[in-house]
Design a protein around this ligand. Sequence first.
Ligand SMILES: [Zn+2]
Length: 80
Amino acid sequence: MDKRTTMSRQCLSCGHHEMLRNEDYQEHLQFNGESEVLIGLSSWFFPICGDGELDPESSAQLAVAHDELVHRARARQLHQ
Ligand SMILES: [Zn+2]
């Protein structure tokens, strides 16, 4: 499969004209002492300033993980 690794788009912050593909993006989540690391997220980003955005699937995955983290933190507090 021929996947694109660059995409033409201009950055509003740095003016760079090309986004790069990152399919091994890591996001560190923290909430009230609970933490979680998500790996293998897919995103596009600008190499100059680091601005970027996650793919919709990865973004949804991140939202779910964050919700679970919040639930876990609340459950832990209830049982203390
Ligand atoms: Zn930029």
